[in-house]
Design a protein around this ligand. Structure first.
Ligand SMILES: [Fe+2]
Length: 355
């Protein structure tokens, strides 16, 4: 299909001449005033505009200004037509955004060649834009795929480690689900507004499965011991937090996303800290414990109480668990987070299919 050229000139002879030169190659729309050109543009999308500068009522520069304000028309290339070959006019043509200008009277070959070149260039530009867009979409798709693979590898690895202590194997997925639920509820209630960005929520959910990877270095005898640990065994168990951070540093520190790596380390290292400062491994207290770890602590303890472990049966009913956890308000847990968590009983019952 032929490209469309709109010719705007108040001089009928010029209009006819331009038409005669261009008609073998292009479809021509011709108007003899700026107003008529603007009206034409309301419902049409020419590939190029040849615009006379010296016209009564509205000159070419004004028409150009109006075109640039029209929705979807600002990228149509404009070539000015002018009998005035003063340098200032030439400069002004380019200043207002014309791609070129052609002196009048037209030399047919020059007009045709300028029009051809401009349209060709415009098509290249357009194709390039599509190519760039396609490539960008492809890169995003690939990045998403890689991230999904990474995530499933992380969850798989964490599950494998978790299954060593004979737990149900649901801990990794469950705690990830609980941290998401808690963060969504905190956000809904507009708490921790500055910290709870979309990026933070996303990173915490992605990093949560790694919280206990350090257990890989804790001996089976300790990890799988039914019943209470001796003091020495407990000290060994506590080391899983620092091991977790070490492993994360070793394994994923070359991931370019520093925010994610930092959150993964915070969760791994500090999810056993207590609000009152009596937790481990660092004895951090209150706001000194990273928020991600304070959230993880609630999710982790809830799941530990709800599920069966080698050292304890599951606790029922769920209300009893909520009661136990509420007793840790301000000692074990961040009071704000635990208050919100207490209000989440209906949601918890729903996801756990408790009627
Ligand atoms: Fe842990």
């Amino acid at each position: 299909m032929k490209n469309i050229v709109l010719v705007v000139d108040d001089d009928k002879t010029n209009l006819m001449l331009a038409q005669k030169i261009l008609i073998p190659t292009y479809r021509i729309a011709a108007t003899n005033s700026g107003a008529a050109a603007l009206k034409y543009l309301e419902n049409n999308q020419p590939d190029l505009i040849l615009l006379d500068i010296n016209m009564p009522v509205m000159d070419g520069f004004e028409v150009m200004g109006r075109i640039r304000e029209m929705e979807g028309k600002k990228d149509i290339p404009v070539i000015f037509l002018t009998a005035d070959n003063a340098t200032e006019t030439e400069v002004k043509c380019f200043q207002v955004g014309a791609v070129d200008f052609v002196g009048k009277p037209f030399v047919p070959d020059i007009l045709l060649s300028r029009v051809n070149k401009t349209i060709e260039l415009e098509q290249y530009r357009h194709n390039l834009e599509i190519m760039v867009q396609e490539q960008a979409e492809k890169i995003t798709r690939n990045a998403r795929r890689v991230s999904m693979i990474q995530e499933s590898v992380i969850v798989g690895m964490a599950n494998l480690i978790e299954s060593r202590d004979g737990s149900t194997g649901k801990h990794v997925k469950n705690t990830q689900m609980y941290v998401r639920m808690i963060m969504e509820e905190l956000k809904r209630r507009e708490m921790f507004r500055e910290e709870l960005t979309e990026e933070f929520i996303d990173d915490v959910c992605k990093a949560a499965p790694l919280h206990d990877v350090g257990k890989i270095k804790v001996p089976d005898a300790v990890l799988q011991k039914p019943g209470k640990l001796t003091e020495e065994e407990y000290e060994t168990m506590k080391l899983h937090t620092t091991y977790s951070r070490k492993i994360i540093r070793m394994v994923i520190s070359d991931v370019e996303d520093e925010h994610y790596v930092q959150i993964a380390q915070d969760i791994a290292m500090y999810h056993h800290e207590r609000w009152d400062g009596t937790g481990y491994p660092a004895g951090l207290a209150g706001d000194g414990i990273p928020l991600a770890a304070r959230i993880m602590a609630v999710a982790d303890v809830f799941d530990a109480l709800y599920e069966e472990r080698c050292y304890k049966p599951p606790i029922r009913p769920i209300e009893r668990i909520m009661q136990i956890m509420s007793e840790g308000r301000g000692t074990q847990f961040d009071p704000d987070i635990i208050d919100v968590f207490m209000g989440m009983l209906p949601q918890l019952k729903e996801v756990l299919h408790i009627t």
